[in-house]
Design a protein around this ligand. Structure first.
Ligand SMILES: [Zn+2]
Length: 438
């Protein structure tokens, strides 16, 4: 007997062969998808299951994968506005340094990760100062998380030294190397904040544990000029010269690249985490996504932190990823909605080396799936579920979220953590946070 059965609804499977199953059935056992089929004519012919979730007009799709976030930065949402990245970072770091401890990081992580989860994100790639705390929040919420030791060369939050960062990164990878829900990574902040030798130290740990290496790269023109002046090479050339680029490198932003750098990313099979909302709001520019797609580079999508984009909304990110290239190039047919669904599901899974486990609804994969309501005004009439998901769905349409077959969101509410308690604590931080910039 199956553990769980979804009966009815439209399946958007995300796999290449059968993308849509109208009136479908999904069976789950041991956390994995055991069967996918069309609903039988007679309800009595449904497979037996301990729990049956009957759906009607809802859409079921794979959980979204957010490949660039700083969840705990939700504590500072709206604090620093109308500045370019370089000036903005100075205030952000000042506020973070004054406020962040493991305890406040944990609170912020619940806040940011819960917002992701409610929006249908089942896996988050997160870079932050206290990765063990982010991992705790993710585990408590029932999510999957890719994170790990941060590296930064100046005295940041907690005044840690490079050796301390190294130890923390190794300890994190060691603790979670076999975890099914926490995927270890090393996360140097960027080429302008971490020197070449320290970047290579971080890469060594990533190689030792076959972990993801994620960093900010080529986000602004200023950054490119700065790195060229310091090292005589542009950002992507610099990373490549340090032997850092491979298929486990997830590079956040990549807004300002020349053709050689784009070719290099393809050659090295590196991954792009495209963060359109953050890039627009900070005035960083528009990433050349079409050039990446034409080179068959793996393009994934992130929200960045709520301190830059102000909204951890993968649906908004998805919509911008789909529409910005069309508008910028005045070509409405250059990116399909199906391609964009791939960016937020299967491409993200591939970036994490987890294609066999997550990223699509397929037999044998983890049951990471989300149920989207189509009862809202903006969903009637509904012609094509794929274009509806990319262009019309709101995060508030996410009704249920299951991760590894376990329900984490029911009827739009978090199940595993008392968010009222978290919110109560977070609200107490408002005034002290505001004072940090005085
Ligand atoms: Zn970022």
């Amino acid at each position: 007997m199956l553990d769980l059965l979804f009966a009815g609804g439209t399946l958007v499977t995300g796999c290449k062969d059968s993308n849509i199953v109208t009136n479908g059935v999904i069976g789950v056992s041991g956390g994995k998808i055991e069967l996918i089929m069309e609903a039988p004519k007679h309800p009595q012919d449904l497979p037996q299951a301990k729990e049956i979730i009957r759906l009607d007009s809802e859409i079921i799709m794979p959980g979204l994968i957010n490949t660039h976030c700083h969840a705990a930065d939700s504590l500072f949402r709206g604090l620093v506005e109308n500045m370019s990245l370089e000036d903005w970072l100075q205030d952000v770091w000042k506020a973070e340094k004054a406020m962040l401890t493991p305890e406040t990081t944990l609170l912020g992580s619940y806040l940011g990760l819960a917002e992701n989860l409610l929006a249908g994100v089942t896996t988050v790639v997160d870079m932050f100062w206290y990765p063990f705390e982010t991992a705790k929040a993710s585990i408590d919420l029932g999510m999957r998380l890719c994170t790990g030791g941060l590296f930064i060369d100046f005295p940041g939050v907690g005044n840690r030294t490079h050796d301390q960062y190294l130890n923390e990164a190794s300890d994190f990878c060691s603790k979670y190397q076999n975890s099914k829900t926490i995927f270890p990574a090393v996360m140097p902040h960027g080429t302008y904040t971490v020197g070449p030798e320290h970047l290579q130290d971080a890469k060594k740990i990533a190689d030792e544990y076959k972990a993801v290496f994620s960093t900010h790269a080529a986000e602004t023109r200023f950054e490119q000029t700065d790195i060229k002046e310091r090292y005589g090479r542009s950002v992507i050339r610099h990373l490549d010269n340090l032997n850092i680029l491979d298929d486990r490198a997830i590079l956040a932003h990549c807004v300002h690249l020349d053709d050689y750098e784009k070719d290099l990313l393809k050659e090295r099979n590196s991954v792009i985490a495209h963060n359109p909302m953050s890039n627009l709001k900070l005035g960083s520019g528009i990433a050349p996504v079409l050039d990446f797609l034409e080179r068959d580079i793996n393009v994934t999508v992130g929200t960045d932190g709520a301190i830059s984009g102000n909204d951890l909304d993968m649906w908004l990110s998805m919509r911008l990823a789909a529409t910005l290239p069309k508008g910028a190039l005045m070509k409405p047919d250059i990116i399909s909605a199906k391609e964009v669904i791939g960016m937020v599901t299967s491409n993200g899974a591939k970036a994490l080396g987890k294609s066999s486990d997550i990223g699509s609804l397929e037999v044998g994969k983890q049951a990471d799936l989300i149920v989207i309501s189509t009862q809202a005004i903006h969903a009637a009439p509904l012609f094509d579920p794929i274009t509806h998901l990319v262009y019309s769905t709101a995060k508030s349409d996410v009704k249920h979220v299951f991760i590894g077959g376990k329900q984490c969101v029911r009827d739009g509410s978090i199940l595993n953590v008392n968010m009222e308690d978290i919110l109560c604590e977070v609200r107490k931080l408002r005034d002290p946070i505001l004072k940090t910039l005085e």
